[in-house]
Design a protein around this ligand. Sequence first.
Ligand code: ADP
Ligand code: MG
Length: 255
Amino acid sequence: MSDITYVGLQEKLMNLNLLRLSQSVDQYCQKALDEKLSYSEFLSQLLDEELAYKKQRNCQFKIQMAQFPFRKTIEQFDFAFQPSIEKRKIQELATLRFIPNGENVIFLGPPGVGKTHLAVGLGIRACMQGIKTYFITAEQLVRKLTASLADNTFEQKMKSFRTYQLLIIDEVGYIPFDRQASNYFFQLICRRYEKGAVIFTSNRSYGDWGDIFNDPVIASAILDRILHHSTTINIRGESFRLREKKMFFDKKHKQ
Ligand code: ADP
Ligand code: MG
């Protein structure tokens, strides 16, 4: 008789960090007996289960690390409310082809039209594919880079931003940058140029970017690199936030 015990088996699975299998091995052993599975079928089913579990955990981890301000998907976006957006363009972006190609996506439009929602939606999709993603506002980004100068970690910080396969820089232009901040932003864009994809959102049209960066020369150098390989989604429409507010007040009025 073999000296294999269930407890011993559990211990081995735990030691190998096969956490899911340690929970389901019991059920799979029974299934193999009941359905007279071949050795390879049995092994394949066990491994599929563990792989699916690891993939799911990896996605959750990637989503957590990305630091999204909220979790909303492309599927949750109401395209009927925003007819200025060509749905086909978003579907194409949702294939994520722009990420390995190191291309950029820019969402432009007034507040509340869904720029951040779409950027987060693409980011979540990327995380689900195991793509290392990071979300940050333009203001936070510059604040982090400026702070890193004080403790001599500027280079380290710059490098860390390069490690993300997808970087999302939200709200470019909400707050104008001074010359130094514009310079840091420019350096980051140069380092990612043609190497790593970036999604930007902005409430300012490209013509206004000279004002954001307080210098038309640096603004055009930044735009030149960003736009070289890029897709711009110009959203012209009503704010979804205002619609929700309006619906709330209309309802109250009727009562
Ligand atoms: P923006 O970044 O353009 O200011 P957000 O993406 O933050 O706007 O959108 C504001 C809120 O409205 C978010 O909660 C977002 O999920 C929601 N929203 C905006 N547009 C839509 C839409 N077309 N369908 C569903 N929700 C939307
Ligand atoms: Mg926004």
